[in-house]
Design a protein. Structure first.
Length: 111
C-alpha cells in the first residue's frame, strides 16, 4: 500500500513539473488586450452613432486607442511580452475605458 502511494506521489510530482515547464504557445500573444481594444473601439463607434460623443471627443479617443496599439506593438517588438509590459498595457486600457465612459456620459452632445 505504501509503495502505491509513493508511486502516485512521484507520478503527480513529475507531471506537475513537466506542466510547469511548458512554455507558452506564443509569448507575444495578448488576446485579452486585443479583445479590450476591439470592445473599446465599438464603444467609441456606438457613442458617435448615438451622438453621445462629439467628433472632437471621438477623435481624441481614437488617438488614444492608436497610442495604446503602438505601445502594444512596442511591447511585442522584442518577441516577448513580459508581465510588467502586460500590466502597463492593462493600465493604459483601464485609463482609456474610463475616458470613454466619462466622455460618453458628460453633458456634451453631438449636434
Amino acid at each position: 500500500m505504501k509503495i502505491q502511494h509513493l508511486f502516485l506521489a512521484l507520478t503527480l510530482a513529475a507531471a506537475g513539473t513537466a506542466f510547469a515547464q511548458t512554455p507558452p504557445a506564443d509569448p507575444t500573444a495578448t488576446p485579452r488586450i486585443d479583445q479590450r481594444q476591439a470592445n473599446q473601439q465599438n464603444r467609441i463607434n456606438q457613442g458617435v452613432a448615438s451622438g453621445s460623443l462629439t467628433p472632437k471627443e471621438a477623435d481624441r479617443m481614437n488617438r488614444q486607442q492608436s497610442r495604446n496599439a503602438a505601445a502594444e506593438a512596442k511591447a511585442k517588438a522584442d518577441g516577448v511580452v513580459t508581465q510588467k509590459e502586460r500590466a502597463h498595457l492593462q493600465h493604459r486600457e483601464n485609463k482609456s475605458s474610463r475616458n470613454i465612459k466619462r466622455n460618453k456620459h458628460d453633458a456634451q452632445k453631438a449636434v
